[in-house]
Design a protein around this ligand. Structure first.
Ligand SMILES: Nc1nc2c(ncn2[C@@H]2O[C@H](COP(=O)(O)OP(=O)(O)OP(=O)(O)O)[C@@H](O)[C@H]2O)c(=O)[nH]1
Ligand SMILES: [Mg+2]
Length: 318
């Protein structure tokens, strides 16, 4: 998150989250003598909320900072930065990055039993970036030397199938789609069969974010889930929820809703290139304990970063 050039509710352009925190002068001598005043506390909470840290994480951070300052643990800007960085790292549930990226990617797409294919179910409400993320994940897996099948189960929205097919052609991945208006679960069935027959390493299933029928979306998605589970041992091995990082509080509602329907393995935060409010990852981790796994940083297939807490904190706190 660069923050440069972004205007945040009338805030002057270019002031990063860290700069705004520093401007509160929480480490001034007067604070060290008298403690942090209520106005500054309130202001810090406001800044965190505006950066999408969510209510729970914002309140935790502010309270912990207040008590640390009272105990004389936070006396300089460096200590303040370290304090926030440590606390936020604790909240983030993401696994630490190890080794080089491409060998990690190969591991990322491997079933526990070493069987094939590794099945990823891509979930999320409409427009969050599911199809683009499916393509980006395919690209990562292919770069790691794996054979990928992409499946388009949104048979209702016109253009949805075509969009993924175009990605598949461009990337050189196999593609499975369905008849317009056909049963999405039937596409998942065909895709599982085709992937197995081709000896694919990875099957990525793109889904609809909204249904154009009376059928309940969650039920439809669960049907897809069950169908692939019957075809491939342990599938889906990963259920990823794609959320738009600029959607603020809505992100939390979506994690809540999908989390009730599925044991989510991870979150993909998309459009991270377009936000100056990087706290969403913290809010999600604090509230649901679901790790943020990937960041979408643009519209092209290469614009996917593995979520790394250290890199994230560096960007967040300058
Ligand atoms: N800037 C930016 N744009 C993105 C990112 N991910 C997706 N987009 C754009 O967001 C728009 C929607 O992306 P899709 O992948 O079609 O979203 P979807 O969730 O599949 O949408 P539905 O199938 O309609 O539910 C497209 O214009 C994408 O190019 C990202 O990380 N950054
Ligand atoms: Mg789509």
């Amino acid at each position: 998150m660069s923050g440069e050039g972004m205007s945040l509710r009338g805030e002057p352009r270019g002031r990063s989250l860290w700069q705004r925190i520093v401007d509160l002068s929480l480490t001034d001598v007067s604070v060290l003598v008298k403690g942090i005043d209520d106005d500054s506390i309130e202001e810090l909470e406001r800044i965190l909320l505006e950066a999408d840290f969510g209510v729970d994480a914002s309140m935790d951070l502010v309270q912990e900072l207040e008590s640390a300052a009272r105990r004389g643990k936070v006396k300089t800007e460096t200590e303040l930065r370290e304090f926030l960085s440590d606390r936020i790292r604790e909240i983030l549930t993401s696994p630490p990055a190890v080794g080089d990226e491409s060998s990690e990617d190969a591991l990322e797409f491997r079933t526990p039993a070493g069987s094939r294919p590794f099945v990823i179910l891509v979930l999320g409400v409409n427009g969050t970036g599911k199809t683009t993320t499916a393509a980006k994940l395919a690209r990562r897996a292919m770069d790691a030397g794996l054979q990928v099948t992409l499946a388009a189960t949104d048979t209702f929205r016109s253009g949805a199938q075509e969009q993924l097919r175009i990605w598949a052609d461009r990337l050189g991945a196999d593609f499975v789609g369905g008849q317009p208006g056909g049963d999405p679960a039937a596409v998942a069935f065909d895709a599982a069969q085709a992937a197995a027959a081709r000896g694919a390493d990875v099957l990525i299933i793109d889904t609809a974010g909204r249904l154009h029928t009376q059928t309940n979306l969650m039920e439809e998605l669960r049907k897809i889930d069950r169908v692939v589970g019957r075809q491939v041992e342990g599938a889906p091995h990963e259920r990823l929820l794609v959320v738009d990082s600029t959607a603020g509080q809505n992100v939390l509602n979506q994690v809540q809703e999908f989390g009730q329907g599925f044991p989510l393995n991870g979150i993909v935060l998309t459009k991270y290139d377009g936000t100056a409010r990087g706290g969403t990852a913290v809010a999600v981790s604090r509230q649901f304990g679901v790790p943020v796994r990937w960041l979408g940083t643009g519209e092209s297939e290469a614009d996917l970063e593995r979520f790394d807490a250290n890199r994230y904190l560096e960007k967040l706190l300058g």
